[in-house]
Design a protein around this ligand. Structure first.
Ligand SMILES: [Mg+2]
Length: 391
């Protein structure tokens, strides 16, 4: 289980880092710069590292938010719905990206705020930025965005949901929480429903339902069918009342098309570009699923396929990396992709925290170093224990 959790988090970051240099490049430009078969290894920066982008940064903040919520439950006996903690954490992310007007006392300050590299701006999505700016000012988020900025960041929710079931075994509830975490910034159903589908796919992979990969397509098909259950959770939504079934049908149809293409002999780039550019949530998820199913036995082949096209390469790479990394595990990720990955230690630490879940409680003596560190990270919001203040 730890191997799958690490695989999902690190795999997502590897796909993100591989695709980031070609995020805005068309396929002919990619070939011109990297050769006929496209980008196949990292483009390193001046530090000799492969930088991660906003996709991985925000995934880390998703994880920090839900772990904060879980810790609150163990320390105070109260906990809201898990996705509500993501909003606070995303405001921390906003603060890393631009000067924030939030008052000091309102800041939660995830321990991630002690990681200097996370303050780098790596083409953050405008929808995420503007939605969070509105939330910070207590204004409603008014957009109709179906961008992929929601689904690219919610994978950690599936990991925590599966390992530390907080839903009493109700998968529809977990999927709905993942969709709501995306919906904080993306208000169109095709911006947040893909998170629900990805959530269910990852939870079923965690449960071993995809086997060694041969059952991955069947798992995806099951999850697409289960969209009907997700609808029943949210169909009271007045905004989309009549159009809701159309959006669900559109999402189902593009994922089914991706599965069909994965079993065809079309070249990857042709197949992917027939699904779209991946700038929207449903297209990004479909492209990621195509590459993961087609190359289900090789992490490397899957992410190379997922980033080499004219569309949103870092996000399709990140989501594909989440799926194939979860399926094949951390051990299956070649070291050439992890040795030079920026913040790989922080990503692995976060995956480990998702795997253990909260290890302290209000009745605990916190006698071990691990428990003390957890207390500092998720109660005091600091990366490392700080010296005690003298009274
Ligand atoms: Mg990005």
């Amino acid at each position: 289980m730890l191997d799958r959790t690490q695989g999902c988090m690190v795999g997502g970051a590897v796909g993100d880092a591989l695709g980031y240099p070609v995020e805005f490049a068309a396929w002919p430009q990619i070939q011109w710069k990297y050769g006929v078969s496209g980008i196949r290894s990292y483009q390193l920066d001046r530090r000799g590292l492969a930088p991660i982008s906003d996709d991985t940064q925000m995934s880390l903040f998703t994880a920090a938010g839900i772990l904060l919520g879980m810790t609150r439950k163990y320390m105070r006996g109260i906990m809201g719905r898990i996705d509500t903690y993501c909003q606070w954490s995303y405001l921390d992310w906003l603060h890393t990206q631009e000067w924030s007007s939030r008052h000091e006392e309102e800041r939660i300050d995830s321990w991630l705020m002690d990681v200097p590299e996370l303050y780098a701006r790596r083409a953050p999505g405008n929808t995420c930025l503007s939605a969070l700016r509105a939330i910070e000012k207590d204004k409603p988020v008014e957009n109709d965005s179906c961008g992929c900025g929601g689904v690219m960041r919610t994978a950690p929710m599936a990991l925590l949901s599966y390992i530390h079931d907080y839903s009493n075994g109700d998968p529809d509830y977990c999927d709905m929480c993942a969709a709501e975490a995306a919906r904080i910034t993306h208000k169109h159903p095709l911006g947040f429903l893909p998170s629900a589908v990805l959530n269910r796919i990852l939870m079923r992979i965690m449960a071993g339902k995809a086997g060694d990969g041969e059952q991955l397509a069947a798992v995806v098909e099951d999850c697409v069918t289960a969209l009907a259950g997700i609808k029943s959770q949210t169909d009271e939504d007045k905004t989309y009342g009549e159009c809701w079934p159309n959006h669900v049908a559109k999402l189902q149809s593009i994922i089914r098309k991706a599965l069909e293409l994965a079993y065809s002999d079309k070249p990857d780039v042709v197949a992917i570009e027939s699904l779209g550019g991946g700038w929207t949530g449903h297209e990004a998820l479909a492209i990621a699923i195509y590459s993961a199913v087609k190359h289900r036995h090789s992490f490397e082949d899957a992410i190379i396929s997922a980033v080499n096209h004219s569309g949103d390469s870092d996000s399709t790479g990140a989501i594909c990396g989440n799926i194939i990394g979860c399926l094949l595990g951390r051990q299956a990720i070649p070291s050439k992709f992890t040795d030079k990955l920026e913040l790989v230690d922080v990503i692995e630490e976060m995956a480990h925290d998702l795997w253990t879940g909260c290890i302290i409680s209000e009745y605990d003596r916190r006698e071990t170093e691990e428990k003390k560190l957890w207390y500092w990270k998720y109660c005091k919001h600091r990366r490392e224990p700080q010296p005690e203040r003298r009274r």
